[in-house]
Design a protein around this ligand. Structure first.
Ligand SMILES: NC(=O)c1ccc[n+]([C@@H]2O[C@H](COP(=O)([O-])OP(=O)(O)OC[C@H]3O[C@@H](n4cnc5c(N)ncnc54)[C@H](O)[C@@H]3O)[C@@H](O)[C@H]2O)c1
Length: 431
């Protein structure tokens, strides 16, 4: 019997999405080539290491690299499946920037052959997968590309967004349901066959444009609902009410599920992707735009409240707890916590101490401010004012006995037993 053909998969972009995906696909038995434009990333992966923090990723990458199933390069090679997982940021005017996606697509063109499958995974504005097809078609006029109503293409082009939660990426890459959109139904079926090799969740096929909009809708839905919670928290503050109690009791209604307020919305997904919809349909999106603005404004509300607490306790050292954009991860991109802490550091200098167990050093914007890193135990000992900005598990586990004498502003609601939070702002620290 002839040996089974080993599928060759190229993953372009070895970041938070691409590297775990490359490792999981390699574990399923494919020969995976990870491509990145940064030589240091390539060198790290080839040495069996990882440059990002994700639960269990280090051991998985080390294993698949050692078994020869995953290697990395800056140079693309012939493959059967190409997965694009490169960044899709917004520019300063909130317009989507798909230049990295198109650059990645163009880099594939020289090695494409009949039967190949190209899948875009980057969160993208509606129509981007077609633009990937167009970019490839211009460079490879010798190949037949898919167009709606033309089923007989030689290359399949599809879109499949990622829904993983940082910290659970290796589990969710496999267990989450997938929405797979083809430029034609045949493209979707070819991409589906690839995902079935490593995904346990349901794989549902649709068109590329619907799949693109599905991902944007998911993140806009989260943003709008978080904006509601954040707006409530600002209203509750002005009324002197405890928003956590209000939400807890409101959620006892069987059809109400208010999300948790925080210092704003961060990360490169929920804080960015709703703009892709607003940018495509500005007249039709007052709600989505307002939600973005409410969540951005919450950061300034938190800075004002934190400032009031610091001013009410002159000379008292202040610990900002957390810089990450969400709990238990080392990702500081677009993080409201980081923005709040940096603003306070610029204003109050050496009075500000930063506790961030997931950072080896403070980000660059803290340089020259006088603010310094500190561990949690020392912060509880030395700092009379605590500003909770991230709900890391290690912060949640601090018992009341260790923080009862502190003035606390808990933007995440992790310490519901903390006495007098609502009243404390504007008052002097007692004891
Ligand atoms: N991180 C998440 O939790 C998450 C979740 C869902 C969707 N997404 C989406 O996935 C995409 C990738 O996000 P990420 O967090 O992995 O980004 P990232 O910044 O962590 O990684 C992207 C990598 O792509 C590389 N790169 C850039 N241009 C390239 C090119 N032309 N060829 C090869 N490599 C290139 C970069 O050097 C970088 O290492 C984005 O569209 C993002 O919105 C991310």
């Amino acid at each position: 019997m002839a040996p089974k053909h080993q599928t060759k998969v190229a993953v372009l972009g070895l970041g938070y999405i691409g590297l775990p995906t490359a490792a999981v696909v390699a574990r399923s038995g494919a020969a995976v080539l990870g491509i990145d434009i940064h030589q240091t990333v390539v060198d790290t992966v080839n040495s069996g290491g990882v440059h990002i923090e994700e639960v269990d990723l280090d051991a998985l990458v080390q294993g698949v690299v050692q078994r020869g199933l995953l290697r990395a390069s800056t140079q693309i090679e012939r493959s059967d499946v190409f997965l694009i997982a490169v960044p899709t940021p917004c520019d300063d005017d909130h317009a989507p920037d798909i230049s990295h996606v198109l650059a990645a697509a163009r880099s594939i063109a020289p090695v494409l052959k009949i039967g190949d499958v190209v899948i875009l995974e980057s969160t993208s504005p509606v129509g981007t997968t077609e633009q990937v097809r167009d970019a490839l078609e211009v460079l490879r006029p010798d190949l037949k590309f898919p167009h709606a109503g033309n089923g007989a293409a030689e290359i399949a082009v599809a879109y499949c967004p990622e829904r993983v939660l940082p910290g659970r990426i290796l589990v969710e890459l496999i267990d989450n349901d997938r929405c797979i959109g083809g430029i034609t139904p045949r493209c979707a079926r070819k991409a589906l066959a690839f995902y079935r090799t490593f995904v346990r969740g349901a794989c549902v096929t649709t068109t590329a444009r619907v799949a693109e909009m599905v991902k944007l809708s998911e993140n806009a839905f989260r943003d709008v609902n978080i904006a509601f919670a954040n707006e409530l928290s600002i209203v509750a503050d002005t009324m002197g009410l405890d928003v956590w109690e209000v939400i807890k009791l409101a959620n006892r209604h069987p059809r109400v599920n208010i999300l948790t307020p925080g210092p704003g919305v961060g990360g490169h997904c929920i804080a960015v992707d709703p703009w892709f919809i607003v940018s495509a349909a500005p007249e039709q999106t007052p709600l989505i735009r307002t939600a973005r603005e409410v969540n951005d404004k919450k950061i300034h509300h938190v800075i004002a409240r934190a400032t009031a607490l610091i001013e009410a306790n002159p000379g008292v050292p202040v610990a900002c707890l957390g810089l990450a954009f969400k709990a238990n991860i080392d990702d500081f991109r677009e993080s409201p916590a980081r923005l709040v802490a940096a603003t306070l550091a610029r204003k109050y200098g050496s009075r500000i101490r930063i506790v961030e167990p997931y950072a080896a050093q403070l980000p660059r914007e803290f340089e020259g401010t006088g603010a310094s890193p500190i561990d949690l135990d020392a912060a509880l000992e030395d700092c009379g004012v605590l500003i909770v900005l991230v709900d890391h598990d290690v912060f949640k586990s601090v018992p009341l006995a260790e923080r009862s004498r502190h003035a606390v502003y808990d933007t995440r609601g992790i310490w519901p037993d903390q006495p007098g939070q609502v009243e404390q702002v504007g008052l002097r620290l007692v004891g």
